[in-house]
Design a protein around this ligand. Structure first.
Ligand SMILES: Cc1cc2nc3c(=O)[nH]c(=O)nc-3n(C[C@H](O)[C@H](O)[C@H](O)COP(=O)(O)OP(=O)(O)OC[C@H]3O[C@@H](n4cnc5c(N)ncnc54)[C@H](O)[C@@H]3O)c2cc1C
Length: 382
């Protein structure tokens, strides 16, 4: 292996190429910044989104009932931490950007009348679409290039350094502002898509002195088939649970039963044929496991377990202001790497808000990081 160092400069460096990092890079580029995006894996297949197939929340212009309903739906589990205006702002920003995706040619699914359905982003399609857009906009992507160290100058974020895993070479990007988009931390949990999510961004930011918030709301667990790693929860709203002998277990009692070492089985017998068809078409990723192992989850009981998602689609993370700036000058943070308390309070952020937050926070951080880099450069020149 060679050991040379790739030296780059950019206005904005984004660390992590999940949806939040991609949106940050795109927003910075559209604001006129030169952008480098360093990703530990491969932008398009890495992170929690490709296998997750995510439901998306956004506001529908003029549909007050639906928009209020989406916010109301989050109030009770938020335990008082939610900020309603902020939630609206996130969903409104998401709407603007789904329009942008339409202009860029995103192939939204359509119903029989030709109306587009934007409530679900099929993970792999969405992420590869964003990758192509990044390349089209001129973002320099460093795949397989984990950031290992944040560079600072007089307490201001000034870039990062890392390695290129395929060659062993080092890279160093000097930048006017840095966006941390490294996702949550689900270290060695076995949840599909989280293998790279080891909390690196938290460490880089903490070493630079960044503040965190809401970490008490960050122990997210979710159900998965006993031998599978996909923790998609939507199907369990149509599930019945029982122990090994067939004794029913109410849904809310399932975590305690599993924690007590009981064997718990699920069957999705409360889904009517319409819903079953919807799950199979809308979330085909869930059924790969059953195709592989055989059995019909709508008729046959199968064992389940709880897997740890940590801060992935949880609530706590790096504390950021309304422009996604951390407490370290020049350092911004987006997506699962940040606190989402104002959006979902004490409750998990998945099921729509998390992915909207990736779009909104990415957009705000990309714009703000560009402005910071410009101001800083102007200050240094002056
Ligand atoms: C099973 C499941 C289902 C979900 N369903 C939904 C849903 O229906 N609706 C919803 O809103 N949300 C859902 N979510 C949550 C959603 O997937 C996440 O909120 C979203 O992926 C977060 O995006 P992100 O860009 O912040 O992080 P990620 O998508 O996790 O991307 C982070 C990226 O950073 C990279 N990285 C990490 N460390 C480094 C480093 N040191 N250097 C360079 N790169 C690094 C990683 O490789 C990764 O590619 C689900 C999550 C799971 C696990």
């Amino acid at each position: 292996m060679s050991e040379s160092t790739l030296h780059l400069t950019a206005d904005v460096l984004v660390i992590g190429g999940g949806p939040a990092g991609c949106w940050a890079a795109l927003a910075a580029r559209r604001a006129g910044a030169s952008v480098v995006l360093a990703e530990k894996g491969y932008v398009g297949t890495s992170g929690a989104t490709p296998p997750a197939n995510t439901t998306l929340f956004y506001t529908v212009p003029g549909d007050r009932l639906q928009n209020d309903g989406m916010v109301d739906h989050r109030v009770a589990p938020a335990k008082g931490f939610i900020v309603r205006d902020f939630v609206r702002r996130v969903y409104d920003e998401t709407t603007v950007n789904t329009e942008l995706m339409t202009r860029w040619g995103y192939p939204w699914p359509r119903n029989e009348t030709g109306k587009t359905f934007r409530g679900n982003l099929r993970g792999p399609d969405y992420m590869i679409f964003l990758r192509k857009r990044l390349l089209a906009e001129g973002v320099r992507i460093l795949d397989h290039s984990p950031a290992l160290e944040l560079l600072t100058a007089d307490g201001v974020a000034a870039g990062a350094a890392g390695i290129t895993r395929r060659t062993g070479d080092r890279w160093e990007v000097r930048a006017g502002a840095v966006v941390v988009a490294t996702g949550g931390c689900a270290f060695r949990s076995g949840v599909v898509g989280t293998h790279n999510l080891t909390g690196d961004g938290y460490l880089l930011a903490a070493e630079a002195g960044a503040r965190f918030s809401g970490m008490e709301f960050s122990g997210q667990w979710a159900l998965a088939p006993a031998e599978g790693g996909l923790t998609k929860g939507i199907i369990y709203f149509s599930g019945s649970f029982s122990d090994a002998d067939g004794t029913p277990i109410p849904h809310p009692a399932v975590p305690d039963a599993l924690a007590a070492g009981r064997s718990v089985h699920a069957v999705l017998d409360r889904a009517d044929p319409y819903l079953e068809d919807g799950y199979r078409k809308g979330q085909p990723n869930i059924f790969v496991y059953f195709h592989r192992l055989g059995g019909n989850p709508f008729k046959d009981r199968y064992p389940v377990r709880l897997l740890y998602e940590g801060t992935v689609r949880a609530a706590g993370g790096l504390d950021v202001d309304e422009r996604c700036a951390t407490s370290v000058p020049g350092l911004y943070a987006v997506g699962d790497a940040t606190t989402r308390e104002k959006l979902t309070g004490a409750a998990m952020s998945g099921g729509g808000p998390a992915v909207a937050w990736c779009i909104a926070s990415g957009t705000w951080a990309g714009q703000a990081a560009t402005a910071f880099a410009r101001q800083f450069a102007a200050g240094a020149a002056g």
